[in-house]
Design a protein around this ligand. Structure first.
Ligand SMILES: Nc1nc2c(ncn2[C@@H]2O[C@H](COP(=O)(O)OP(=O)(O)OP(=O)(O)O)[C@@H](O)[C@H]2O)c(=O)[nH]1
Ligand SMILES: [Mg+2]
Length: 437
């Protein structure tokens, strides 16, 4: 898998992700035989790294893109004894970024970086024996991740029509960040839902709550948020079994319908370092129940941001968001009996009734512990809940648009009102499709 990191957010999350993967490779409490662990390590290495450099550090199979040097320099200088980026894979302009402007990033900076992005991507793909897709990391609120990211998404789609591409897109806090964040997000999502096979949406606000409520970070910083996001991504893309080829498999199981290409990643348990001695306290059943509760409609608080509990009743008659498809991954030693519990996530009332042709829940287990943790569960879910998030973003973007607010900043770089209207129409269609589930 080739990872391409864009802008501040994409590069910082990418760094955290490679650090997690590297830590996982070096973890010792694996729960499996030495031989099985060697096979896991070999497969994981192939997925994330190309080779070792002369100092014996793993070289990330990654490309770093930004329109300013600051963040790329920072992540490259955060030294690790175990892994590093390849200096030839840094695509970085001397400018001052893309000024939180999708149009500047997409219509000006993207074309300037086009040849370099394509050259390095082709070179990286040629190096791989069995290429299994591309992972893009970015945020939607700024100018580089959203704009250069959108430009690149279309570029890669045209250049590699048969390769699977997954994007992990960080959505901004609901308010208080960047005045044009909803324009940028709306324009980004319109482009990505068209060009990219599967978009994993991550909400900073929600991850922030996990950090404060469960992990007890007194003052949650981006580094804490990135830890949680990286762990989700790591659990999703670390090897599962021999035939596992992450991105291809994920797109074919989760984004099996062309109108529904958005998903979220729910995980449990997150364990605060201060209470890790209680880690094995809960059973797999409790964690599976916890995931199922995350799919319930009308819970006032976000269940993922609450600790799991043995005392919740998942058998009661709840209403659930309708899913097109879900994928459940367990990491750790799970018995046949516990595996049967996963069937709770197959209940008919979780799924749309028209997608009966294929199995709507794909369940996979990797016996090896992830990052020394006894049990870890991840659910990738393509369900109707996402329309609520999108609705909020589009409403706010419309509100700006109807007041013609900030439009001149986009026009200046060639993005006209018709382009806005086209993007609104695309994203409203996506919302309509998800609402109709
Ligand atoms: N989770 C997370 N979010 C981040 C991080 N850095 C920035 N963000 C979010 O990303 C958005 C801002 O986008 P950036 O990634 O900083 O922008 P950029 O892509 O570098 O674009 P320009 O700076 O405008 O060129 C805001 O919503 C921030 O909350 C990070 O390290 N982690
Ligand atoms: Mg930036």
């Amino acid at each position: 898998m080739l990872t391409i990191q864009f802008g501040q957010c994409g590069n910082q999350i990418g760094h955290s992700l490679f650090q997690h993967v590297s830590n996982d490779l070096d973890s010792t409490d694996t729960g499996i035989s030495k031989q099985a662990n060697s096979a896991y390590i070999e497969e994981s290495f192939e997925n994330w790294f190309t080779s070792l450099n002369k100092d014996g550090k793993r070289l990330a199979r990654a490309i770093l893109v930004d329109t300013e040097h600051k963040v790329v320099n920072k992540v490259c200088s955060k030294s690790s004894n175990c892994w590093t980026y390849r200096s030839q894979n840094l695509i970085c302009q001397a400018g001052g970024g893309s000024a939180n402007n999708w149009a500047y990033g997409s219509l000006i900076k993207g074309p300037q970086l086009k040849d370099e992005i394509l050259d390095i991507t082709r070179r990286e793909i040629e190096k791989t024996d069995c290429f299994n897709g591309i992972l893009l990391l970015l945020s939607s609120a700024g100018g580089t991740g959203s704009g250069v990211g959108s430009f690149t998404a279309e570029l890669l789609r045209n250049e590699f029509p048969n390769k699977s591409i997954v994007a992990s897109i960080v959505l901004p806090y609901a308010s208080g960040e960047i005045s044009v964040q909803n324009y940028n997000t709306m324009l980004t999502l319109a482009r990505f839902t068209e060009s990219i096979d599967l978009n994993l949406l991550i909400q900073n606000e929600q991850i922030h709550t996990i950090c404060t409520n469960i992990l007890k970070n007194v003052e949650t910083k981006l580094i804490n948020i990135n830890d949680v996001i990286s762990k989700k991504l790591c659990s999703l893309f670390q090897p599962v079994h021999q035939s596992w080829c992450g991105v291809n498999f994920l797109t074919s199981t989760i984004a099996c319908h062309p109108s529904y290409k958005l998903a979220t990643i729910k995980s449990t348990p997150y364990i605060s370092p201060s209470i890790s001695q209680y880690e094995s306290f809960y059973s797999w059943r409790t964690y599976i129940d916890h995931l199922k509760q995350m799919l319930q409609i009308s819970v006032l608080t976000d269940t993922e941001a609450k600790p799991p509990s043995n005392f919740l009743n998942s058998k009661a008659n709840h209403l659930y968001y309708k899913s097109i498809s879900n994928m459940l991954l367990s990491r750790g030693n799970i018995t046949e009996n516990d595996m049967m519990t996963c069937d709770d996530l197959r209940s008919k009332n979780l799924y749309v009734n028209w997608n009966s042709s294929s199995d709507q829940l794909t369940y996979l287990n990797q016996e090896r512990r992830l990052l020394n943790q006894d049990k870890f569960l991840t659910l990738v879910t393509n369900n109707s809940q996402i329309h609520q998030t999108l609705d909020g973003i589009v409403d706010k973007a419309w509100n700006l648009y109807t007041h013609s607010a900030f439009l001149h900043q986009y026009k200046k770089f060639g993005l006209e009102e018709d382009d806005f209207l086209e993007a609104f129409a695309k994203i409203e269609n996506v919302i309509k499709d998800y609402k109709s589930l």
